[in-house]
Design a binder for this molecule. Sequence first.
Ligand code: PGA
Length: 254
Amino acid sequence: MDQPQKQPVIIGNWKMYKTIEEAVSFVNKLAPEIKESKAAVYLAVPYTAIKSVVEAVKGTSIVVGGQNMNDATQGAFTGEIAVRMLLDLGAHFVLLGHSERRRFFHEDDAFINRKVDRALTDGLQPILCVGETAEERDQGKTEEVLTRQLKECLNNIDPSRIDSLMIAYEPVWAIGTGKIATTEQAQAMHQFCRHWIQETYGPQASAQLKILYGGSVTPENAAEMLKQADIDGLLVGGASLSVESFSQIITSTS
Ligand code: PGA
């Protein structure tokens, strides 16, 4: 029997790029290019541009979100942002545990776990990022690291809420390096994560939960990645910054 065609999720992560004007001009150009695409397109934009991008994508199916948040509802946390502030801007989702947050801002699994819980409680969809460093892979610790990250970041998350989130497998050595994982490496780790979800939350959760691949995705390699059985979507950094490459990725995959 033919597998039902999956609807890929393609997320652009703009990181610390684009002013409001640049962001709005980007989505105004992107929207007509991807009109025919069946992919679910998400954009994780800088806080300052969220509201304007939300306005600009009205009438399209592009979903707008943030790149980080704090786990507290409010409080004396200078420079931080709360879920209700992101919701206020019109955000629908948030990236959590991105390796740049873990590495440069020393976020640990326990903190990320509190954020996942807060996002789910307050109504923002979390995209939980996990992935091993080159050193951990070389030492044969990839599965151990993924197990620890999944276990700790999802600690005490109610099983009934698990399918509201998505997981992004992003090997740290592939992020921004141009050194993408092979399709075999990526598929193997996606299968591993899905198996862990199945063991922990049951077959329904594992069938429904979307697991995205991230790390040096380009228009040249996107479609091949998405052909893998356990790869449901892509998290795209560098190649999401230009309308040309991002729209090519979206149209090549759906
Ligand atoms: P990249 O980044 O596509 O530039 O490798 C991916 C990410 O950081 O999510």
